[in-house]
Design a binder for this molecule. Structure first.
Ligand code: FMN
Ligand code: 173
Length: 370
């Protein structure tokens, strides 16, 4: 007997989940140790991973009353692309660890909800296939390769496939130390391909000190010499806007703007430099530095509608989900990711209304008790 996935029972559990944390529990239960370690880990002691969530919950709101919230609008746009609500999918590697439909399922869910998906360089599905599934709602995340021609090829493919922006990840010259992956020697199951990142065979001979195949794979390909000087070259490759993902300071935000780049505030979900500042705590100085000249996005620890409003109040234009999308994918493929987005959209709408706002344009720092 072949089981279709998700099964009726899993679909029912998804529909009954009332928040993202219940979907996380469903997703975790479907994953083996190898995948679970990879998705869940933060770097080292996990301080930054936890701080992303904790620092959101510490901020208190100042709701206004008697504002006629009978008609609340959650729509916005990112780089001109209209979004039904200010939430997109952050890039994460290897969606095939969560579900056989992998990135196609995530892209379909994002497109269906009027969101946007950022496709990782390390996807298990080729850019072109994901672009079709995403129906124009696609950004492409880039790791700069030692072999610049491989990166150039990826940029050209992403642009030709219809991606609307390049997201250059700047916080990962080396992979952070996710100790569970070292302990259990993370390994990419042999049936999964990484079609944008060079063949597995080409990498088989590479060795490092690490027990994790992930680190070995990454370090063989990605160039730790990436610097501000590379941005002009990257810009020359395509007409796409460039977003720098992993900015945590006003200094780097200023440099990003000087280089004509948009700013994605991220600490990689606490997976890189442990004890780095939480993203919501980093956002105010970055918003002050950027001063409206470029768009600002944020990820890390977003799991409630009120988290979304807090990030917008402090200057983000939209926020992105890393692990929550993966938990949804594991819990029920496209249906699971859709459920995550639907729940969060409902929470954003209700939080807006209860804050006395009719639209996102009315969300400013005066919503927060700092
Ligand atoms: C399993 C996993 C894989 C990731 N892979 C990538 C990646 O390939 N490229 C990238 O720029 N960021 C990657 N990230 C970081 C996410 O884009 C994002 O910054 C982070 O997950 C946001 O935090 P959250 O998980 O708390 O939402 C990954 C994160 C996770 C959890
Ligand atoms: O795991 C990650 O966070 C990540 O960005 C990554 C992606 C591919 C290979 C190694 C690390």
């Amino acid at each position: 007997m072949t089981l279709t996935f998700p099964t009726e029972e899993q679909l029912k559990a998804l529909q009954q989940a009332v928040n993202l944390s219940e979907i996380e529990a469903l997703g975790r239960a479907r994953l083996d140790q190898n995948a679970l370690d990879y998705y869940a880990s933060g770097a080292n002691d996990g301080h930054t991973h936890r701080a992303n969530r904790e620092d959101f919950s510490r901020i208190r709101l100042r709701p206004r009353m008697l504002m006629d919230v009978s008609d609340v609008q959650t729509g916005t746009s990112v780089l001109g692309l209209p979004l039904d609500f200010p939430v997109g999918i952050a890039p994460s590697a290897f969606h095939g660890l969560a579900h056989p439909d992998a990135e196609l399922a995530t892209a379909r869910a994002a497109a269906g909800l009027g969101s946007v998906m950022t496709l990782s360089t390390f996807s298990n599905t080729p850019i072109e296939d994901v672009a079709r599934a995403a129906a124009g709602r696609l950004w492409f995340q880039l790791y700069l390769y030692k072999d610049r021609e491989v990166s150039a090829g990826l940029v050209r493919r992403a642009e030709a496939a219809g991606a609307r922006a390049l997201v250059l990840t700047v916080d990962t010259p080396f992979v952070g130390r996710r100790e569970a992956n070292e302990r259990h020697r993370f390994n990419l199951p042999p049936h999964l391909q990484v079609p944008n990142a060079g063949s597995r065979e080409a990498l088989a001979g590479l060795e490092t000190q690490s027990g994790s195949q992930l680190v070995r794979h990454f370090q063989g390909l990605v160039d730790p010499s990436l610097s501000w000087r590379d941005l002009d070259w990257l810009k020359s490759l395509s007409g796409l806007p460039i977003i720098l993902k992993g900015i945590l300071t006003a200094e780097d935000a200023e440099l990003a703007v000087q280089h004509g780049c948009h700013v994605w505030v991220s600490n990689h979900g606490g997976r890189q430099l442990d004890t780095a500042v939480s993203t919501i705590a980093a956002l105010p100085e970055i918003a002050d530095a950027v001063a409206g000249r470029m768009e600002i996005y944020l990820d890390g620890g977003v799991s409630r509608g009120t988290d979304v409003l807090k990030a917008l109040a402090l200057g983000a234009r939209a926020v992105f989900l890393g692990r929550p999308a993966l938990w949804g994918l594991a819990a029920g493929g496209e249906d699971g990711v859709r459920r995550v987005l639907e729940l969060l959209k409902g929470e954003v709408r209700l939080a807006l209304a209860l804050s006395g706002k009719q639209s996102l344009g009315q969300v400013g720092r005066d919503l927060l008790k700092m």
